[in-house]
Ligand binder design. Structure first.
Ligand SMILES: C[S@@+](CC[C@H](N)C(=O)[O-])C[C@H]1O[C@@H](n2cnc3c(N)ncnc32)[C@H](O)[C@@H]1O
Length: 245
């Protein structure tokens, strides 16, 4: 079974529970999603490709803020939930990042968004090459992923530099689900970004906002003191620099 087949199967199995949790839980709805949105800037009128869209919470935000969106995901059941949410307002594509982005023409999008999906893929180099191909010159990728120090502490303390496949068990609506992904050091992330011709504009380790502090002081303390997710805004180096802010 390939990694993307495994991820599709795992997300198919927990699709309804994952989508329900993701909608309102602190980590996704109050921390990860707002942090990603802050890096997107003004998306009005922009052509956006969202990879790993899940049940489409960010897809809906992009559409509501005037973007033209194509959204793809490897899990048919997650994509069904996205379809229920956004209908035909976005182009929805079933596909895996491992198989490239053949459905997307060269130089056809201003912005690629990859929220919490890249850690399901072992090798980021072909993925960033595809991002480069589909982006207009000067186009931007915004992505979030597990912080390498968090995954190092949890899964690879004997070797920070290892690129290693790991499985966690997540509890969603009281039920356990296995989730398999790849942990990697920071250098493996930045190497894939720069070898595909992108420069890092922003690398962010956000702190929790007041709403998190109010809702759950203990989670707020953890997010303030321990690494969780890491966020990047990277720009394709090209002659014509487009202002995607
Ligand atoms: C953690 S969820 C994030 C979903 C969404 N971005 C969000 O933040 O709500 C990861 C998503 O990536 C999808 N995924 C996993 N591996 C993938 C791959 N190789 N290609 C495309 N999507 C993938 C899963 O099916 C799942 O919907």
């Amino acid at each position: 079974m390939s990694d993307s087949e495994r991820s599709a199967q795992q997300y198919d199995e927990m699709a309804v529970s994952y989508a329900a949790e993701n909608e309102t839980n602190i980590f996704n709805s109050l921390f990860e999603r707002p942090s990603t949105i802050t890096l997107l800037g003004d998306v009005s009128g922009r052509a956006v490709l969202e990879v790993g869209c899940g049940a489409g919470p960010l897809t809906a935000w992009l559409l509501d803020h005037g973007a033209e969106v194509t959204a793809m995901d490897a899990s048919p059941r997650m994509l069904d939930l996205a379809r229920q949410r956004v209908g035909n307002r976005a182009g929805l594509v079933a596909g895996s990042l491992e198989d490239g982005l053949d459905f997307q023409p060269d130089r056809s999008v201003d912005l690629v968004v990859a929220s919490l999906v890249l850690h399901y893929v072992r090798d980021w180099h072909p993925v960033f090459s595809e991002f480069r191909r589909v982006l207009v010159p000067g186009g931007v990728v915004v992505f979030s992923t597990h912080h390498p120090a968090m995954d190092w502490q949890l899964h690879s303390v004997e070797d920070y530099f290892a690129v290693k496949q790991v499985t966690e068990t997540w509890t969603m609506l009281g039920e356990p689900f296995d989730v398999t992904f790849w942990r990697r050091p920071l250098t493996a992330m930045t190497a894939a970004v720069s070898s595909a011709g992108f420069v890092i504009e922003q690398l962010v380790e956000p702190v929790p906002g007041p709403e998190i502090e109010q809702r759950d002081p203990e989670i707020a303390r953890r997010l303030r003191t321990e690494p969780s997710f890491i966020f990047f805004r990277v720009r394709q180096q090209g002659e014509c620099v487009l202002d995607v802010r």
